[in-house]
Structures are given as structure tokens and as C-alpha cells.
Design a protein around this ligand. Structure first.
Ligand SMILES: C[S@@+](CC[C@H](N)C(=O)[O-])C[C@H]1O[C@@H](n2cnc3c(N)ncnc32)[C@H](O)[C@@H]1O
Length: 203
């Protein structure tokens, strides 16, 4: 299959990222499944391990076509909202019937998430090279209440750029968050890419 994966790590700004995902929306699930996309299941299991009440609404930021929402649902979460840059990815997510609400975000400035609305936020396969910039991690952490949890992943491309892990440490080093979980494992085994999965708890 001629796909988009080879282009996904090369976009340079928000407009280019949105275009890429709009164009990719119809074939994303097939191409990603063909390469064994493992990160959503790993993230969902990690978050579930630190969650007692899975009926509390959670946000799937950068939900794309809904593969991350599907993994969260399979891990037991029952009320999931989704936000994404790409209207075409969201249209695919809508078809899956997993989400309570789905909305487009501009991708410039902080996303419109009322502070404290969600006690858990996921950003699965979202932050990194050719995707959302690292300040999105700050935006999501600021939107959480105390004790709220953010599960997110950095793939090997993101891990090669030290700004990504450094931002996690900025949150933990000053005591603003606690690192509950970090694990390196499969991301897209079909192309030999791995990822780190993190769960941060806001102090
Ligand atoms: C690799 S896909 C992951 C989608 C989904 N979470 C999954 O695991 O399949 C990355 C998604 O992040 C979205 N995205 C990229 N930058 C974003 C931003 N700044 N704000 C919101 N969504 C963004 C893209 O539109 C795309 O749907």
C-alpha cells in the first residue's frame, strides 16, 4: 500500500499537519493497522491502571479517526470526548460511535478545554515531530484539576529531540506533577518504530 506514514514525520506547521491528516483520514485506519499500531492499547491500559472510576468523562485530545478512543473504550472508559485539528479525521471518528462529543480545534494557542472539566486527558500519538508541538503538553496539564492524569506518548522520532522528554521533567522536577508511569514499547512494529508511554499526575 502506498501510504502516508512516510510523510507523517515531515510536516512543518499546523496548516500542513491538518492537510496531511485530512488527506490521510480515509485510509489511516487501514495503514496504521497494517503496521500493528500498539500505542493506543498501551496508553489505555496504563491510564486504566491508575483510574478507579472509569465512568468519569475523559478527553481524547488529537483523537484522529478514533483508534485511541476505541482503545480507551476497550479498557473500560465509558464517556469519551474527542478533539482534533482535522475535520476529516473527526468525520471518521464519528462513524465509530464511540464518542459523546467531537469538536475541531484550531491548533493555534491553547485548546479550548475548560480547566477542571476532565480529570483525565489522553494525547495518544499526538505530540511530536510532524504533529502537535510540545507546548500542547503544558496546555493539557494546565487544563487538568489537581490529581488529574494525562496519558500521552512520544514515538522514537519525538524521543530523538530532547525538548520532548525535557518538558516532562520540567513538570516533575519542580513538583508540579508526578510521573506515575513511563514505558518504552511497540508503536508501529511494521516500520520498526517504538514509543514511550507516560502517565503524569498533576500535583
Ligand atoms: C497520529 S494521529 C493519532 C490519532 C489518534 N490519537 C490515534 O491514536 O490513532 C495524530 C492526530 O493528532 C492531530 N493533531 C496534530 N496536531 C494537533 C493539534 N495541534 N491539536 C489537535 N490535534 C492535533 C492530527 O490531526 C491527527 O488526527
Amino acid at each position: 500500500m502506498t501510504g502516508f506514514l512516510d510523510k507523517a514525520y515531515g510536516t512543518k506547521d499546523t496548516a500542513a499537519t491538518r492537510r496531511l491528516y485530512d488527506d490521510w483520514a480515509a485510509s489511516y485506519d487501514a495503514e496504521i493497522a497494517e503496521n500493528g499500531y500498539a500505542t493506543p492499547g498501551r496508553c489505555a491500559a496504563a491510564l486504566a491502571g491508575f483510574t478507579t472510576d472509569k465512568t468519569v468523562p475523559i478527553l481524547d485530545f488529537g483523537c484522529g479517526t478514533g483508534l485511541s478512543g476505541l482503545a480507551l473504550k476497550l479498557a473500560g472508559f465509558t464517556v469519551i470526548d474527542g478533539l482534533d485539528l482535522s475535520a476529516d479525521m473527526l468525520a471518521e471518528a464519528r462513524k465509530k460511535g464511540i464518542y459523546r462529543d467531537l469538536s475541531v480545534v484550531a491548533g493555534t494557542g491553547a485548546p479550548p478545554i475548560p480547566k477542571g472539566q476532565y480529570s483525565a486527558i489522553a494525547a495518544i500519538g499526538v505530540i511530536g515531530v510532524g504533529a502537535a508541538p510540545i507546548h500542547v503538553l503544558d496546555d493539557l496539564m494546565r487544563a487538568l484539576p489537581r490529581g488529574g492524569k494525562c496519558v500521552f506518548s512520544f514515538n522514537d522520532h519525538a524521543l530523538q529531540d530532547p525538548v520532548h522528554e525535557a518538558r516532562v521533567m520540567e513538570w516533575t522536577d519542580c513538583g508540579a506533577a508526578r510521573l506515575l508511569f513511563r514505558e518504552h514499547g511497540d508503536h508501529l512494529p511494521g516500520i520498526g518504530v517504538k514509543s514511550n508511554v507516560y502517565v503524569l499526575e498533576k500535583a
